[in-house]
Write a protein that binds this ligand. Structure first.
Ligand SMILES: [Zn+2]
Length: 385
């Protein structure tokens, strides 16, 4: 995580205001010099990087102004000084500061580690944007993953660590990068110096606090739609701190329900899985085939209606005819499919016995990037014997 802080000073006023989630940088004046210090109330070490955007009539003690580690809870740590050159002339400066949790000099990701999916055991969500995702997973977010999920979905720690940063005071979100600073998040520092980043959480959506030690799989908060977000989802990444004060996402592996270590793929559905918890039924829509519905016939109670019903499993739609009458019908099913295909050629004609629900077809999306839709039409006539 990083923040950009721009400080402008025209003559000698000193006014620095920071949110509580940032290190507090301040100055003390000594004759014709400004001495810069920082207070950090972070529970972990942070790395601070400060550069000069503009120095007029000031001489800096170092360039970049500061680049280094601030210990946890360190108070009045000396950073650098700016010395005024010519007292008869006006002087000004502008500096920019970035910080990140962790230590870029020692952080080294354990690539053998396998992460839990960041949601509850047995729940299933679609990975809607993966590594290199074209919507927003570029640059420092290159190796992030987005899971579509309703707001308020429980979020679990993918890996153990110390809660280093929490923001949960934002109500605001939208599908423009200008909302980026409005995202709520939790950052958890791992033992190897990397961090797990859980982003777009709902307002007051953290159940952990800064300095909490969490174990993998532990409930840490609830998903939302805050920040730069085109719809309710969780953005998760594993990152390493950089010496310029930014965080760079890195590739990592998830633990699948069958114990396999997998690299996350866009447009797939994944189950949360935590070792030692009780098994759950696994059903993926993409695995369904018409073979699963061979000779399918469900008896239903009389309701006098005949119509098409559907069932949705992931992105797969199962189509049935429901005949709640005591008559036999010859039914023709037509479709209008947009960016989808039917596992059974349509139109198709079926004889539907009384009080029965029979299987017609499976509809699968074609191209995963573009939206798909379907319409199903039914015509029927009674068969008299
Ligand atoms: Zn994302």
């Amino acid at each position: 995580m990083h923040r950009i802080i721009i400080i402008f000073l025209s003559v000698s006023n000193i006014l620095f205001l920071f949110a509580q989630t940032e290190p507090r940088i301040y100055t003390q004046q000594q004759e014709n010099a400004y001495i810069f210090y920082v207070d950090s109330d972070f529970p972990t070490e942070i790395w601070l990087y400060i550069t000069a955007k503009k120095l007029i009539n000031f001489q800096a003690s170092s360039m970049p102004l500061y680049e280094g580690l601030i210990q946890k809870n360190e108070i009045k740590k000396y950073l650098f000084q700016l010395k005024r050159q010519d007292n008869t002339k006006s002087a000004s400066y502008q500096i920019s500061s970035m910080f990140t949790i962790g230590n870029p000099l020692t952080a080294h990701h354990d690539n053998t580690y396998t992460y839990y999916f960041p949601f509850e055991h047995g729940t299933k969500f679609k990975l809607v944007q993966g590594y290199h995702g074209t919507f927003s997973h570029t640059g420092k977010n290159e190796y992030a993953v987005d899971f579509a999920m309703p707001e308020g979905t429980p979020i679990c720690a993918a890996r153990a660590g110390i809660v280093a940063m929490v923001k949960e005071n934002s109500h605001i979100g939208g599908s423009s990068p200008s909302y980026a600073e409005q995202a709520n998040y939790i950052h958890i520092l791992h033992a190897d110096g990397s961090s797990g980043n859980y982003v777009h959480l709902q307002y007051q959506g953290a159940v952990v606090q800064i300095n909490d030690h969490v174990v993998s799989g532990q409930l840490i908060g609830y998903s939302g739609n805050t920040g730069f977000s085109s719809g309710p989802h969780l953005h998760f990444s594993v990152s390493l701190p950089k010496k310029n004060g930014s965080l760079q996402s890195i590739p990592f592996f998830f633990l699948r329900y069958d114990g396999q270590r997998i690299s996350p793929e866009e447009n797939k559905y994944y189950y949360g899985f935590q070792q030692g918890k009780k098994p759950f039924p696994v059903l993926y829509g993409s695995d369904l085939s018409i073979e699963n519905f061979k000779d399918y016939r469900e008896l239903i109670v009389e309701d006098g209606s005949i119509h098409v019903t559907t069932e949705q499993i992931d992105d797969t739609t199962i189509v049935y005819i429901h005949n709640g009458t005591k008559k036999t019908y010859s039914c023709t099913v037509f479709s209008k499919l947009s960016n989808m295909y039917s596992a059974v050629f349509l139109p198709v004609v079926h004889t539907v016995p009384p009080l029965s629900k029979i299987f017609i077809t499976l509809l699968h999306p074609n191209q995963k990037k573009t939206p798909s839709s379907y319409r199903i039409y039914l015509s029927y006539k009674e068969i008299r014997s």
